[in-house]
Design a protein around this ligand. Structure first.
Ligand SMILES: NC(=O)c1ccc[n+]([C@@H]2O[C@H](COP(=O)([O-])OP(=O)(O)OC[C@H]3O[C@@H](n4cnc5c(N)ncnc54)[C@H](OP(=O)(O)O)[C@@H]3O)[C@@H](O)[C@H]2O)c1
Length: 431
């Protein structure tokens, strides 16, 4: 059983660190909305950040939006700054779980993880930065395991739908699933989409540093994962997807690396059969391709230089209008959504995966609301509630884990289904 107690003497089940951030504010609302799902039907929680006045405003705002005036007196405020390690330690000692919303994580994430590990708080973040996520595993896994602490990164849209989607597909398949491809489409509502500063900067610096990932990965000294069934075929850089009925490209985000880490854990620690994974994203019709190629080339060029990165950050300020949480909240979220189609193949029950071609296929679907500021808070908060309520179903020891490794044996998918991130089989006629 995990070294984890929900009847902890700590004053708070959850502390939302970075609650004043753009995403943090939505996480605060989501925690307030679902507090009755905490252990024994209630949740003790607080908000934290470096500016008390901003935090007070956030709580006030959530109280107004949710018509819960009691939040103003019930929710405590803690002041903590990433650059003040003592303040982090004081915060971490008071929480069972810290929900870390302070990003870009490559700049601010490490001291938070370190303090959680040292002070016995579990930590859940919404990083979409593989370099940060994998360095945390390299640097803190053993210490976290020794201290019985769970550090679970990428619990937002990156990468809960993809990571849990592969596990869902595998669990629904009657036999041995050997490979899955996912096809993502996201649509904006009538008011268009939006990406906020912290998220935008995380993407820019993530891509700028992507070449450092290879050397980081060598340090793990992993053996290649065994391949069961035929090796998955990679599709082209740009192809017409019959699954999506539009053009598609390989997905450049965090999902493939997170899914691979999960599959490694399930294979090496739990002796399960590994699933190979390929991720693609729809880009629309032919007219979009020219825009995409142009924008992509510009982006790749600019992120390589510091003047280019600064320019991209400034350009975003000029063209995007999601500065105001209130305006964004009301207008932009409605009508935005995402959809992942998972296409799996494998060997049906009774057939031997070491012989012949795969003889079974499966299609599943994961769909949900706007990715960054609706689906992400839902995923993060449900991950935390699962951790609090189902401690016996977590990995046997603490450590730095992916969402799939942490929650494969829990009811996280059922919880997400209830909150609008829906996992389902495709109707049988299109299987
Ligand atoms: N996985 C996903 O799909 C997903 C979705 C959305 C966001 N994210 C990630 O979430 C992170 C936050 O994004 P965002 O757009 O919400 O950023 P943001 O609005 O800039 O918020 C950043 C937060 O960090 C706080 N902060 C900055 N420096 C700090 C310090 N020294 N000590 C304590 N707090 C500090 C800020 O506090 P102040 O308010 O005091 O400035 C603010 O609360 C990014 O890394 C982004 O990539 C991921």
């Amino acid at each position: 059983m995990a070294a984890f107690s929900t009847s902890s003497s700590r004053p708070y089940h959850i502390i939302i660190f970075g609650a004043s951030g753009f995403t943090g504010q939505f996480v605060v609302e989501e925690v307030a909305r679902t507090a009755s799902e905490g252990p024994k039907g209630s949740l003790k929680w607080a908000v934290a950040g470096r500016n008390r006045a901003k935090l007070e405003k956030v709580v006030e705002q959530a109280a107004g939006t949710l018509s819960k005036p009691e939040l103003k007196s019930e929710v405590d405020i803690l002041v903590a700054d990433v650059s003040d390690l003592d303040s982090l330690a004081v915060m971490c000692k008071q929480a069972v779980i810290v929900l870390s919303c302070v990003g870009p994580y490559r700049f601010f994430g490490d001291p938070v993880v370190k303090s959680c590990v040292e002070n016995g708080a579990h930590c859940i973040d919404i990083s979409g930065e593989p370099q940060f996520l994998e360095s945390m595993q390299l640097n803190y896994h053993d210490q976290a395991a020794g201290n019985g602490v769970y550090i679970v990164g990428s619990c937002g849209f990156d990468s809960i739908p993809a990571d849990m989607g592969v596990i869902y597909t595998r669990d629904q398949f009657k036999g041995t699933l050997t490979a899955v491809e996912s096809f993502l489409t996201a649509s904006a509502g009538p008011e268009g989409g939006c990406i906020h500063d912290g998220t935008w900067q995380s993407a820019i610096y993530g891509l700028a540093d992507s070449n450092k990932l290879r050397s980081l990965r060598k340090k793990f000294g992993h053996k290649p994962l065994p391949v069961v069934g035929p090796k998955i075929k990679r599709r082209g850089t740009l192809f017409y997807s019959n699954e999506l009925q539009q053009y598609a490209i390989p997905f450049m985000g965090t999902d493939p690396s997170v899914v691979k880490r999960t599959q490694r854990y399930l294979t090496e620690e739990l002796n399960e059969s590994p699933v190979q994974y390929g991720a693609y994203v729809g880009v629309g019709g032919i007219s979009n391709i020219f825009k995409l190629v142009f924008a992509g080339l510009m982006f790749f060029f600019f992120v390589k230089f510091s003047f280019g990165r600064n320019l991209l950050i400034k350009v975003k300020h000029t063209v995007s209008s999601c500065e105001s949480y209130a305006i964004f909240n009301a207008k932009t979220l409605e009508g935005s959504s995402f959809r992942f189609i998972f296409l799996g193949e494998g060997y049906t029950e009774g057939s031997d995966p070491s012989e012949g071609k795969p003889n079974g296929k499966i299609r599943t679907l994961v769909k949900g609301p706007e990715v960054g500021y609706v689906a992400t808070p839902i995923a993060m908060v449900q991950a935390a509630l699962t951790m609090l309520n189902e401690s016996d179903s977590l990995p046997n020891t603490g450590g730095v884990y992916t969402p799939g490794a942490t929650f494969a044996k829990t009811t996280l998918i059922d919880r997400l289904n209830k909150h609008g991130i829906q996992f389902s089989l495709f109707p049988p006629e299109v299987q």
